[in-house]
Design a protein around this ligand. Structure first.
Ligand code: T5A
Length: 217
């Protein structure tokens, strides 16, 4: 579709299992892109808009869990639709870049491995996301034992962190399957390394895929 007005911003998502370092790296990427002269907003899921943040509280408290994975997928989709319509799409339309700490791939990896069918998730994604798909997705890959160890140092487990190790392993595989299925959009980042090394890999991926090379002169 031809754009009128400013050129559309680019949409970058960070995905991965618990405690893999997404939030840490999202903020570092924000700084890098700003230094490179881009207008950038940072957001997250579940949440990112006032209404979606309310739904986040229900989900992370486990209040939707008794209704099963389809219902959880529905709640994530309702939150995502609001987030996309009121935060992500307007920003991109103004030429601002958007970094989101988690997005639709998390529903595939979490609710998909819990039993929500890919057909249902396709339909929810069509409603919630439409054409606002990420230009680049960084999948931070980490052994879930290490991710849970890191997460436990920071806070008590929420509804999803509290799941068993085999569930976390299935989610890790689901993220890697998404990356393998969509290599044009996804880059897998080895998140087992130190924070600076991971950040360097992310900068390299963003540079290669989106043509960003560093601070604007
Ligand atoms: N969910 C979400 C779904 O089920 N479906 C969906 O559709 C969506 C969108 C969100 C939960 O919702 C689920 C997934 C999640 O379970 P959340 O509180 O937002 O919950 O949790 P997470 O997104 O998992 O975020 P976390 O904060 O738990 O992990 P991060 O952001 O990956 O990790 P981060 O950066 O906070 O780092 C964790 C700790 O490790 C350290 C940090 O300092 C921090 O203490 N750290 C490192 N340590 C060593 N080496 C490194 N390289 C490190 N990088 C960071």
């Amino acid at each position: 579709m031809a754009l009128t007005g400013p050129q559309r911003g680019l949409f970058i998502t960070l995905e991965g299992g618990e405690g893999c370092g997404k939030s840490t790296q999202a903020w570092r990427l924000l700084d890098f892109l700003k230094e490179a002269g881009r207008e950038v907003v940072m957001t997250r899921e579940p949440g990112g808009s006032p209404e979606a943040e309310t739904i986040r509280q229900l989900l992370l408290a486990g209040l939707v869990k008794p209704f099963g994975p389809d219902a959880e997928a529905l709640f994530f989709a309702v939150a995502r639709r609001d987030h996309v319509e009121n935060v992500i799409r307007p920003a991109l339309g103004q030429g601002t870049w958007v970094i989101s700490d988690r997005f639709a791939d998390s529903t595939r990896a979490y609710q998909g491995t819990a039993g929500a069918s890919s057909d249902k998730l396709d339909r929810l994604e069509e409603i919630a996301v439409g054409e606002t798909r990420p230009d680049l997705t960084l999948i931070l890959d980490l052994d879930p034992r290490e991710g849970l160890r890191r997460a436990a140092l920071r806070s008590i487990a929420d509804r999803f962190e509290a799941d068993g190790l085999e569930i976390h392993a299935a989610r890790r595989k689901a993220f890697l399957d998404i990356a393998a299925a969509e290599p044009g959009r996804c880059v897998v980042i080895d998140a087992s390394r130190g924070e600076e090394e991971v950040a360097a890999s992310i900068r390299a991926a963003v540079g290669e895929r989106l043509g960003i090379s560093g601070p604007a002169s």
